[in-house]
Design a binder for this molecule. Structure first.
Ligand SMILES: [Zn+2]
Ligand SMILES: [Zn+2]
Length: 247
């Protein structure tokens, strides 16, 4: 922890998740300053090049995800490196355990789901929320798993229980350094189901969450364990996603 982080925590200084400007006192519960919030809202309405809908309404999936039998893939915003508000926010939740920002992103994900009238019923009785787990190295470095934090917050908002369903095994190469085909190979055997997975997911609809989805290889690998353990439909949900490939 740096000195400024220490004092930041001590005095509860609230900063914008994207530009890191101090938030004014009356905006201290917000995730963003006004300007970044405006940019975030613009990002949500970017048009998906495949289906033509706004990103926050788009359900397009990567080939790997549809191949694994996912029902749809909802996302709030598109990720690209020339897009600072999305990139900074993803980095922010990766490195700081901040309930204000995680809570904001969870409510954004919840409203994306609520707006989709074609989804099957997702309720406390028939549904479980779970997530793609981080590697141990990331857990040791940061002390938390940002997707688990997102899922806990989302569970509160939706009133649907959450559960850890998978562990990531030690070893394996970092996905972000690999090509699409290498990623699919690399994730094989990278996850391990928790004990009694069939009792957690059997007959249930699943909301499978990750902070960012690129090729969908990790998510697809997790999904196949859930399906094998008896899960019904799986709705994939992420804060950000790279642009889907054309069919
Ligand atoms: Zn800002
Ligand atoms: Zn789309």
């Amino acid at each position: 922890m740096t000195v400024s982080e220490f004092f930041g925590r001590f005095f509860l200084v609230r900063r914008c998740a994207s530009c890191r400007e101090l938030l004014p006192y009356d905006k201290r519960e917000e995730a963003f300053c006004d300007e970044c919030r405006m940019r975030w809202n613009v990002e949500k309405t970017q048009e998906c090049k495949v289906c033509g809908r706004s990103v926050c309404e788009c359900i397009c999936m990567s080939k790997v995800l549809s191949g694994a039998g996912a029902l749809c893939h909802h996302k709030v915003v598109l990720y690209s490196s020339g897009n600072p508000v999305v990139h900074n926010t993803i980095m922010f939740i990766k490195h700081s355990n901040n309930p204000r920002v995680t809570g904001f992103l969870a409510s954004q994900m919840a409203s994306v789901l609520a707006a989709d009238k074609d989804l099957p019923e997702l309720g406390a009785e028939n549904c479980v929320i779970t997530f793609v787990p981080r590697g141990r190295r990331a857990l040791v470095e940061n002390g938390f798993d940002q997707s688990e934090l997102l899922v806990r917050a989302l569970s509160d908002k939706l009133g649907i229980p959450w559960a850890r369903t998978l562990h990531r095994k030690v070893g394996g190469r970092e996905q972000k350094k690999l090509s699409a085909t290498q990623r699919v190979k690399n994730v094989k055997g990278l996850f391990k189901p928790v004990e009694g997975l069939d009792k957690i997911v059997g007959g249930k609809r699943i909301i499978l969450v990750d902070d960012i989805v690129t090729t969908g290889a990790s998510m697809a690998a997790c999904l196949s364990y859930l399906t094998r353990a008896g899960a019904r439909e799986t709705v994939c949900l992420s804060v950000a996603s790279t642009q889907c490939e054309k069919k």
